[in-house]
Write a protein that binds this ligand. Structure first.
Ligand code: NAD
Length: 436
């Protein structure tokens, strides 16, 4: 089968690599010329474990190619996936500009049947807009070419994307024709050999499933953060509470960790977009509004703890951040808690030193020389008055307390991901704060 994937970002490039791994001929398309030039030279634009090797292997095998021009491959493909960005508009709704641009290009150029699948996260009704846009262009051309639209939201997690794509919990596909269903069943069959986990729905339900999944996960995080803050006030321990409730099979133990707030390119924008979709229809998503508000507060909680420790005297203090990415194993800093903290610390007159194993370049583009970029985690902590653990990268899990004790100016550690043991920290001479 020949397919095109438009949008060569976290979702598009991973999907392209994983489809080509199963023998499909994939053309990855992006308007970003530099990205495509680099990909042609073998330079991978994002960090995702296992991706580089998979891309190289399939390029060499001739199954994966890159272009900036979708029209060059439209005559040869059976399916076009759209995996372009859907960033939040000024009012919080999903900006569908790129999705509809792709639809226009398809309508203007197809010469034969094609199945157009939206993989981007888009509000209910978008597939119908895509269909109408393509049809409009065909009408302008005065041609009658058959095509189908489908919705195939993506559930991969950055940092584990290859595994998630190759071994999905489920593949959700919204279709309105048998022809589209048969094509997508065939395309995903290699991933379903042991157990068929394909869920076919109508298109609006598929579009909603993605938002409902992200909104539920964000809700769990904000619920646990709210509980953690209450635990601190009443003298309970959120980690014990987590174990106590996570063993209830109705609740389950995943996604119950409290911390310094969720970020990334999905949860914040998808929660906002869902709230907006509802309000445009005259309905208020009360739970999600609370989820968002708890998260906003939680992103500043490490700063609040720091401020309390120093009685508001932060001017001139050297503060270190371990971790910039919104979560481990990715270079993605979109909506990351680190960004909120750096802004607050700079405003308070602190000297900010940072270290992240992968996301330093992204951060440099944003803050340039307003903060200090360290070569490793100990270099970052040198002379620090306090250390904030923001992203729980593996290398931060077992640091040498002896080194930190010797090299930090003041031994204050604020653990935003609850990865250290309070007793051990106190025994090692640190002032230690965590979440809940
Ligand atoms: P991204 O920003 O990493 O990549 C999007 C790419 O689309 C960019 O490279 C951009 O240049 C390209 N693009 C924009 N307009 C284009 C056009 N007209 N033609 C060709 N290329 C175009 O975004 P992403 O993180 O991969 O997310 C893509 C979509 O998938 C979003 O809707 C997102 O919500 C959803 N999603 C993301 C994840 C994730 O973990 N990142 C997971 C599931 C779903």
């Amino acid at each position: 089968m020949n397919i095109a994937i438009v949008g060569t970002g976290y979702v598009g490039l991973v999907s392209g690599a994983c489809f080509s791994e199963m023998g499909v001929h994939v053309t990855c398309v992006d308007v970003d010329e530099r990205k495509i030039e680099n990909l042609k030279k073998g330079i991978i634009p994002i960090y995702e474990p296992g991706l580089e090797e998979m891309v190289h292997k399939n390029v060499i095998a001739g199954r994966l190619q890159f272009t900036t021009d979708l029209t060059t491959c439209l005559d040869d493909v059976d399916v076009v996936f759209s995996a372009v960005g859907t960033p939040p508009d000024e009012d919080g709704s999903a900006d569908l500009r790129y999705v509809l641009e792709v639809a226009k290009t398809i309508g203007r150029n197809i010469t034969k049947y094609v199945l157009v699948v939206t993989k981007s996260t888009v509000p209910v009704g978008t597939a119908q807009k895509v269909k109408a846009t393509i049809q409009e262009e065909l009408n302008i051309r005065g041609v009658g070419i058959e095509f189908d639209v489908a919705s195939n939201p993506e559930f991969l997690k950055e940092g584990n994307a290859i595994d998630d794509f190759m071994k999905p919990d489920r593949v959700v596909v919204g279709v309105e024709s048998n022809r589209a269903q048969v094509i997508l069943e065939k395309l995903y069959k290699p991933y379903m050999m042991n157990n068929n986990r394909m869920i076919f729905t109508d298109i609006p339900s598929a579009e909603m499933i993605k938002y409902a999944a992200n909104a539920m996960l964000a809700t769990r995080i904000s619920f646990m953060n709210d509980m953690a803050n209450l635990c601190e006030i009443v003298g309970a321990d959120i980690n014990m509470v987590r174990k106590g409730i996570g063993t209830d099979v109705r609740i389950g133990s995943k996604f119950l960790f409290s911390g310094c707030g969720y970020g990334g390119s999905c949860f914040p924008k998808d929660v906002k977009a869902l709230i907006k979709t509802a309000s445009m229809k005259g309905y208020e998503m009360l739970v999600l509004k609370a989820v968002e508000s708890v998260n906003e507060t939680q992103k500043t909680i490490l700063y609040d703890k720091l401020w309390k420790h120093f009685n508001g005297d932060l001017k001139g203090k050297t503060i270190t951040l371990w971790g910039l990415a919104f979560k481990p194993e990715t270079d993605d800093i979109r909506e990351a808690t680190s960004l909120v903290l750096i802004d607050l610390l700079l405003k308070a007159g602190c000297r900010v030193k940072v270290y992240d194993p992968i996301a330093m370049e992204e951060c440099k583009r944003k803050f340039s020389d307003r903060i200090i970029y360290s070569v490793n985690m100990y270099d970052a902590a040198l002379d620090a008055d306090a250390l904030l653990l923001v992203t729980e990268w593996k290398e931060f899990r077992l640091p040498s307390w002896a080194v930190l004790n010797k090299t930090m100016q003041q031994t204050v550690i604020i653990d935003g991901r609850n990865i250290y043991d309070k007793k051990e920290m106190v025994e090692n001479g640190f002032s230690y704060y965590c979440i809940g």
